[in-house]
Design a protein around this ligand. Structure first.
Ligand SMILES: Cc1cc2nc3c(=O)[nH]c(=O)nc-3n(C[C@H](O)[C@H](O)[C@H](O)COP(=O)(O)O)c2cc1C
Length: 346
């Protein structure tokens, strides 16, 4: 036996690091309120997403005593590092919310300054904060100080600026780096653009050039090839996907396959996709219970249903189910028939 035969393959270097956490691959799941609950995060991670942030949690702890808030802070069974996103406008409240979430198991704290909603927590916050750079600095410094000594890095998710006349993303990125933020995720639109128009990757490149911390590019990335192009053109350390993962959590397998191994893996067989859909439904029911489970699963089935032929008829059947057992049986039947169609065609 030669020396080569006995040598363990050396582990792949991480794509980038967030504080003490090596991030194994460039493509990560974007936080999406109402979508990236614990079942979806676990599924996306299993299918290749290198990180999956929680839905945003308000920094107003008075609002935490609801089932919804408690569920957003439940990370049982989630792979490390567990990312919790906080939204708020008050530095002390955000610092306290960070401390409490670290106690509850958060391993990375992400601050939301990207959400365009006017009110995400009874006050202007999210991307509205971009108008007030000194406040951005105070918030980030307070949260970084709260996490100091815990080994929990703090990240920031933001946009390219307030509006097209005020693209202050690079200034905010510098403020973040100076405050001790460990990585940035930037949605390539201004706050005023909401989701209109196309993501501006040129501005992302400028922001990326303004700082030395890892920048994760976000906005309109929907394929492995596009992810590679965005990484190449922006110089970002990673890419973040939101809407393209709805109804297609396996997209991370394709993207990280191309970005890490250099090839997009063979597409998953229909039977494997069906199994993922059914497993996802079961985990939604187990986590959310009968009533919320039925409602939340409808949303995901609406997305998964796009895989099937005659989408509108199938969608109507999914929506008509009035309990989770009927909904699951319907999904089992529809996706089962879809698998058989390929077998027939083959
Ligand atoms: C339904 C939905 C919910 C979202 N919720 C959040 C959120 O809670 N926090 C956040 O920072 N961004 C949120 N976003 C923005 C996404 O994280 C992401 O920045 C945006 O969708 C652009 O990425 P995409 O083009 O890959 O979807 C949300 C987006 C959608 C579509």
């Amino acid at each position: 036996m030669t020396a080569c035969d006995t040598t363990e393959p050396s582990p792949r270097p991480p794509a980038f690091r967030i504080g003490r956490w090596p991030i194994s691959a460039p493509a990560v799941l974007a936080p999406m309120a109402g979508v990236t609950d614990r079942p979806f995060r676990i599924l996306a991670r299993r299918l290749g997403a290198a990180l999956a942030a929680s839905e945003m949690i308000t920094s107003d702890t008075r609002l935490w005593n609801s089932r919804k808030s408690r569920q957003r802070m439940d990370h049982e069974g989630e792979p490390e590092p567990r990312v919790v996103q906080l939204a708020g406008a008050d530095p002390a409240a955000l610092a306290e919310a960070a401390r409490r979430n670290i106690d509850l198991g958060a391993q990375i704290i992400d601050i939301n300054m990207g959400c365009p909603a006017k009110k995400v927590c009874n006050r202007l916050c999210g991307s509205a904060l971009l108008q007030d750079e000194p406040l951005v600095g105070r918030i980030l410094e307070a949260v970084v100080a709260a996490a100091q000594g815990t080994g929990v890095p703090v990240t920031l998710k933001t946009r390219t600026g307030w509006d097209r006349a005020h693209r202050n993303g690079a200034a905010v990125a510098r403020i973040a780096e100076a405050a001790g933020i460990a990585a940035l995720a930037i949605h390539g639109r201004t706050r005023a653009d909401f989701y209109e128009g196309e993501a501006e990757y040129d501005t992302l490149r400028e922001i990326r050039a303004a700082v030395s911390i890892p920048v994760i590019a976000n906005g309109d990335i929907d394929s492995a090839r596009k992810a590679r192009d965005v990484l190449d053109s922006t110089g970002a350390a990673g890419v973040m996907l939101g809407r393209a993962a709805q109804g297609a959590p396996w997209i991370f397998r394709d993207i990280n396959g191309l970005l890490v191994q250099g090839v997009v893996p063979e597409p998953l067989a229909r039977a494997a996709q069906r199994d993922i859909v059914l497993e996802h439904l079961q985990s939604i029911y187990a986590f959310h219970g009968e009533d919320s489970g039925l409602r939340i699963a409808r949303k995901h089935l609406g997305w998964y249903g796009k895989l099937l032929d005659d989408t509108s008829a199938v969608r109507a059947r999914f929506m008509a189910a009035t309990d989770t057992a009927a909904q699951f049986a319907c999904a089992d039947r529809e996706f089962g028939a879809w698998c058989v169609q390929t077998a027939d065609a083959a």
